[in-house]
Design a protein around this ligand. Sequence first.
Ligand SMILES: [Mg+2]
Length: 242
Amino acid sequence: MKYKSLLFDLDDTLWATFDNNKASLHRLYNEEGWGSYYATFEDYFAVYFPHQEQLWDDYRKGYISKEPLLLDRLRYPLRGRVSWSDQQVKLLNQRFMQYVQQQTGLIPYALEVLAELHRDYTICIVSNGFEETQYGKINGSGLAPYIDKVILVDHVGVPKPATEFFDYALKAVGCSRQEALLIGDSWPSDIIGAFNSGIDSIWYNLWQVPMPDYDQQSHSVLEIRDLRELLPLLTQSTASSL
Ligand SMILES: [Mg+2]
């Protein structure tokens, strides 16, 4: 077999982050009575979500650190309406994170596919998420038995797509870049990171968006839209065994 280790992104590659986070935020929204500022939760979420995506993008690029990311995402949708101290937002964020960790939704077939691949490969999580949430997600959702290593941004100090992140992960699993394959949903952090580090990758195109242009002479990437597509690619089994 060509590869020895599979480097899996966690959020929205295995764990259903978008749905789980949205449900957790909805609970906080109801408990805090933020409905007095918005007609519906969907209206609130339409402001929250694009802004938090922008914050994560800024974080990946090193423009902001972890704390402004965590605080500003809750402050922004209620800016000009509610004035919180940093301490108040931190407590709200802690509750949000607690609710997130109670969620167990996975991407379809994540558990079955990981169980199958774990027979033949070392499985390593490579995630830009933080320690205080990621272990809870892995343990609570049943993914833990199929995961050999967890590498988070808190361990490395810099997020994907930095090459340092992937160098750290390769060292942790003890394989060369040619023996590793990355699977992730984020083009800018997972796939670009793999390109820059000389690691082959599979893009899990969860959101079904067009594949960006890339240099096909120097980089190898495959696109899948269902995790079961990994099995015929990476094992002797076929998807029909599920
Ligand atoms: Mg992801």
